[in-house]
Design a protein around this ligand. Structure first.
Ligand SMILES: [Zn+2]
Ligand SMILES: [Zn+2]
Length: 567
């Protein structure tokens, strides 16, 4: 039986996550995994913190905190944010842990034995005062292309080119600020991707039609001619040792070990849960496993080129099945920038509005096919106009009416009458469409369709006007209310992967509804509705309170005011 190994890009333990990360990677991956589980499939969601590299070292040094303490802090912070947004992982690990370093060794060994890793001499900068080697961001200076004065040793933030640090004009040591910089010859280890070009292209050519257009086309053009060899070692004191006697003092560079984190974290999850499964045999090298990496577009090269080559050449794991990469989310039309104050604290926002409100809007504007933009007014309009009106109000009006007038329970006939309603079979078809779209990872459309289901239910309720029929013939109103109640449960099941809290809150109005019952309805087996109604005694066990609170204008105005302010 097919099983799904879903991974989300390992967040870099070096700063807060913003809405762009959540909308682009973690929320869609969570929705997809929840969908698979609700559909009765075996699915796991694996993630963890990415904790090596120069950017982390620099900030830890600035904060005067040991590296490990620094990354542990961000790891905890990120985990808490994911919990607040209801993003569930089977395991959320750390690449600075021993179990991870252990898992990296056989990868290196295998690639080395197969001639895929070799030492090469090259030029590198070294500080004449603090004597540190200065790879990547340890050095800064003037860009040799656009002459921007504060280019970093790995890239120029102004013109975007990848910087060859030895070519920087007026280089400055970022550790001690010295300008006394010299060029030295050092040996580094290279992953010789070029040797795998043919084999890689054979795999990619088959994959292109399956990948999203934004992914396939891009990777195809990047790799048509050749693959470029890349250095995988650095002279640093934070990272995993290069496991060769002659490479003393060298560490593996962060991008080599980071994706292996998906594998080590799977292994650790099985170990900690006492599972009898084997992380390779049952998951990573199992032909029934679909390996799916959710990432942002900045990570495409690593997940569609480098990690696949590492996987196929080392033969440690199977090569991925799919890489659903999303585009970027902006904030009010501009890039998120913490340093410029163009930023929303995701933690504060989720405390203020709850996870469902933000999950709803961030999915509705998900940058699946092109970049999109978060706006506070858009958030308010869609929350109030769609989620509060379409779902919140409907549940409120229908179930309050039910509880008020049939507190002792409805007749058997009324509770079953939904089975004869045409709109219910229409809802069932829509629900199947939601599942199909989610299978295709068309998550934004899937949410739109489940909201259409809410709209259809609203229409049915309004057209039948039970408040009016109640005065003439309560029997007719009773049928309408029970039918609408059943339809609400179908809509709640459709919304479950997107808005787990709201969905649960709706079900809980009929008592303790099991996950199995929700999954049954989700799969289109509505017999669970009869069981839920029966167990509740034919009436809601409690009257709904405001399920989706409306957002007031002054709250939004204050949040807009905050943007661009530096505190
Ligand atoms: Zn220095
Ligand atoms: Zn530049």
């Amino acid at each position: 039986m097919t099983k799904y190994l879903v991974t989300s890009a390992l967040p870099y333990a070096n700063g807060p996550l913003h809405f762009g990360h959540l909308a682009g990677v973690y929320i869609p991956a969570d929705i997809y995994t929840r969908h698979k589980k609700l559909s009765g499939e075996r699915a796991i969601h694996i993630c963890g913190s990415d904790e090596h590299g120069v950017a982390i070292m620099l900030n830890a040094q600035k904060a005067k905190v040991p590296y490990k303490e620094y990354v542990d802090g961000w790891h905890k912070e990120h985990k808490a944010l994911f919990d607040a947004f209801n993003i569930h992982f089977e395991y959320f690990g750390q690449t600075s842990s021993d179990y991870h370093a252990e898992e990296v060794l056989p990868w290196f060994k295998s690639l080395h034995e197969k001639g895929m890793i070799e030492p090469r001499d090259g030029q590198q900068l070294q500080c004449g005062d603090c004597h540190n080697h200065l790879p990547d961001r340890f050095v800064g200076g003037e860009c040799y292309e656009c002459h921007y004065p504060s280019a970093r040793g790995d890239e120029c933030p102004n013109c975007g080119i990848i910087i060859d640090s030895v070519k920087l004009i007026n280089p400055v040591c970022q550790i001690c600020e010295s300008t006394n910089i010299k060029e030295v010859t050092v040996t580094q280890y290279y992953l010789t991707l070029s040797k795998a070009h043919e084999k890689y292209r054979e795999w990619l050519t088959k994959k292109i039609p399956e990948f999203r257009k934004t992914v396939g086309k891009y990777v195809d053009s990047l790799t048509k001619e050749n693959l470029h060899d890349r250095a995988i070692s650095r002279d640093l004191d934070w990272g995993i040792d290069v496991p060769l006697a002659e490479a003393k003092g060298k560490k593996l560079y962060v991008w080599f070990d980071a994706p292996i984190g998906y594998v080590s974290n799977t292994k650790q999850w099985l170990k900690e849960t006492g599972s009898s499964e084997d992380y390779k045999k049952d998951w990573w090298t199992n032909s029934d496993t679909k390996i799916e990496h959710f990432i942002g577009k900045d990570n495409i090269i690593f997940h569609c080129i480098i990690f696949p080559v590492m996987s196929m050449m080392s033969e440690q794991v199977n090569v991925c099945t799919d890489v659903p990469a999303n585009q970027y989310l902006n904030l009010e039309g501009k890039q998120f920038s913490k340093s410029a104050g163009w930023y929303v604290d995701a933690k504060e926002a989720v405390e203020k509005f709850g996870s469902d409100a933000l999950r709803y809007y961030l999915t509705a504007i998900s940058p699946e096919a092109s970049d999109s933009s978060f706006t506070w007014e858009g958030f308010q309009a869609r929350l109030n106009g769609e989620l509060a009106n379409n779902i919140g109000n409907l549940v409120n009006r229908c179930l309050k009416f039910w509880k008020k007038n049939w507190a002792e329970g409805m007749s058997e006939e009324a509770l079953k009458s939904y089975q004869q309603v045409d709109k219910v079979s229409e809802l069932s078809q829509k629900l199947a469409l939601v599942r199909d779209c989610l299978d295709e990872k068309a998550i934004k459309i899937a949410l739109e369709i489940s909201m259409q289901m809410g709209h259809m239910t609203n229409e049915y309720f309004s057209e039948r006007a039970p408040w009016a029929s109640f005065k003439m013939d309560p029997k007719i109103a009773e049928l309408t209310i029970a039918e609408t109640g059943a339809m609400i449960l179908i809509v709640a099941a459709a919304l479950n992967p997107f808005l787990p809290d709201l969905s649960q809150n709706i079900f809980s109005l009929f008592g303790n509804v099991s996950d199995e019952s929700i999954a049954k309805i989700y799969q289109g087996d509505f017999s669970a509705i009869d069981q839920i109604f029966k167990a509740a005694g034919g009436t809601p066990v409690k009257a709904p309170k405001a399920l989706v609170p409306k957002i007031e204008d002054d709250v939004i105005a204050a949040l807009k005011e905050e943007l661009g302010k530096l505190n």
